[in-house]
Design a protein around this ligand. Structure first.
Ligand SMILES: C[S@@+](CC[C@H](N)C(=O)[O-])C[C@H]1O[C@@H](n2cnc3c(N)ncnc32)[C@H](O)[C@@H]1O
Length: 526
């Protein structure tokens, strides 16, 4: 598996791109490129682009250009112009229109400096280290010190890291020989600092640095160099410095010769152990080993939109939940009765627990996190919830989950027949299913809850893989039980082919009017 690495340094600029539908139909030619002067003192506001006609349309700037010196050589970005308008936007608009959604909206979000989480390869030599992404189709690392997609402080931390490598004679990894010390670095920015005015928090983000070290553990002979490098970063960018850049330093140990970036062993070395961010109305904790969204601001915008599609007091199951950010944000903002999160990566558990600890006292919800594979007996996760949220990896939903969602109408009919054969979750005997269903974390609500055997009435599908989403969506629609109701796109990865997160919402009223069940399901893409 080739590691997915991305990055590029931003000079934040204040740019707003608003367009009417008509303006969007006539994209400007690249030669009309608009120069966007960097304005380091401004806080970039998310450019927004609405596909619904605006009463006071602002003229569309000729183009929002990347202006990155690494564009040709780096594989991170594939588009140099019209960052506010990814090339699949037309296709998406057309796709949704054909399916009856004519009011598809698209939020172009922050166009530069949006990446708050980057995994970068470290190669070259201690005298001349290269920190960046692989060149397309190769394992040659392209140094990208001025990446325009990166939060500016990621670039600053990379610069500091290079100084440390050179000063301390740290050997970058040599893939062919399997030698060297530093293989990769993950940089994650937290913009959570309540001591600063909200408008200053983003640009003053602090960087959590995770050094992927080529040794089995911290007892190896090279760990002296690892500690020296960590202390270098902390001494020059840590809390006591005038410019506080580094949040913390972690080590991950990896000796495998495959392309997997991280090994299983993590060590906190310096700085704050806990990494907090604020999105979707809650404080969230993210360990370096846990999945975290790269575009913090776009994720927050998406969550605000998503909240509107979840009824107050609903029971929610969050599949492919990571550290449960979506589910917990709903628990707090939609006063959910219950929230069940299902995630295959056990490393996310700790972050989930910490986030739960910081939920407001007013949250009265039965909350659980399960270390389990969604694809095994998916129906057992769906039973008892009104809303199912799915946020799968780029490859889309597991086929077994698609099958189950496809057959929900018949399952629900059976659930309402006297035999109720499929949904007797309580009678399950198979140990592996029972084990998976056991919650790794469970917080009881203060108010006693009745156990429900209902099936989800709503599906919210968040997607970062357009091709797999289209396929899943068409399969679900082919069941004739689902109707596409709403779609919203978010520019999560400006400059790349990937552009959004998609959320789908289905409603189910099978008991009452089975005959019109086709029209009772609603698929929303937020
Ligand atoms: C796109 S991430 C979404 C994470 C989370 N919703 C968030 O916003 O932070 C997809 C997640 O699905 C998890 N995953 C992948 N396959 C899975 C499976 N079969 N069952 C459960 N989780 C899975 C991954 O570990 C990853 O955390």
């Amino acid at each position: 598996m080739t590691p997915w690495l991305l990055s590029a340094p931003p000079s934040p600029s204040l740019v707003t791109c608003n367009a009417t539908t008509a303006a969007l139909r006539t994209p400007p030619a690249p030669s009309q490129s608009l120069s966007i002067p960097p304005n380091p003192n401004s806080t970039p506001s998310p450019p927004s682009l609405s596909l619904t006609p605006s009463p006071n349309p602002t003229p569309l700037p000729s183009t929002c250009a990347l202006q990155c010196p690494h564009f040709q050589s780096c594989s991170g970005c594939t588009h140099e112009y019209n960052l506010h308008r990814p090339i699949i936007l037309d296709e998406a608009t057309h796709f949704f229109k054909k399916l009856g959604v004519s009011d598809f909206t698209f939020d172009s979000c922050r166009l530069w400096g949006w990446r708050c989480r980057a995994k970068l390869a470290v190669r070259g030599s201690s005298v001349s280290p290269l920190i960046g992404l692989y060149q397309e189709g190769t394992h040659n690392v392209v140094d990208i010190p001025d990446c325009k997609a990166h939060h500016p402080n990621i670039n600053a931390a990379v610069e500091l890291l290079k100084q440390g490598i050179t000063e301390l004679n740290v050997e970058p990894y040599d893939e062919d020989k399997g030698t060297g010390e530093l293989r990769y670095v993950q940089m994650a920015v937290t913009t959570y600092n309540t001591s600063l005015p909200a408008s200053e928090r983003y640009r003053n983000g602090k960087v959590q640095v995770a050094l992927v070290w080529n040794s089995r553990n911290e007892n190896s002979h090279s760990s002296e160099n690892l500690n020296a490098l960590a202390h270098f970063l902390w001494r020059n960018g840590g809390r006591s410095r005038k410019v506080h850049l580094i949040h913390s330093v972690w080590a991950n140990f990896q000796t495998s010769t495959n392309n997997i970036i991280f090994g299983n062993r993590w060590r906190h070395l310096l700085g704050e152990r806990d990494f907090w961010e604020h999105v979707g109305g809650i404080d969230i904790s993210l360990a370096p080993s846990s999945f975290g969204q790269a575009n913090t601001r776009a994720f927050d915008t998406l969550l605000q939109k998503l909240h509107k599609y979840v009824p107050l007091g609903a029971s929610v199951v969050d599949l492919y939940a990571g550290a449960g950010v979506i589910g917990l944000s709903l628990a707090a903002t939609r006063k959910c009765r219950s929230v069940k999160c299902v995630e295959i990566n056990k490393e996310s558990k700790l972050s989930f627990e910490k986030t739960v600890e910081r939920l407001p006292d007013s949250v009265d919800c039965s909350i659980s996190w399960h270390h389990a594979d969604t694809s095994i007996e998916p129906v057992s996760w769906l039973v008892g919830s009104d809303v199912v949220v799915v946020d799968p990896p780029r490859k889309g939903l597991d086929p077994s989950l698609v099958d189950t969602l496809w057959t929900i109408p018949s399952l629900d009919r059976k659930a309402n027949s006297p035999e109720r054969p499929c949904l007797k979750v309580k009678d399950e005997k198979r140990p592996w299913i029972l084990r998976a269903r056991e919650a790794s974390v469970h917080i009881q609500s203060k108010t006693p809850q009745e156990e429900s055997q209902s099936l989800p009435q709503s599906l919210i599908y968040i997607s970062c893989g357009w091709e797999s989403f289209k396929q899943d969506c068409m399969t679900l629609l082919s069941s004739k039980a689902w109707h596409l109701d709403k779609a919203h796109g978010f520019n999560f990865f400006p400059g790349t082919q990937r552009y959004c997160c998609i959320v789908c919402h289905m409603s189910f009223h099978g008991h009452t009017i089975i005959i019109v069940i086709w029209h009772l399901y609603t698929l929303m893409i937020v």
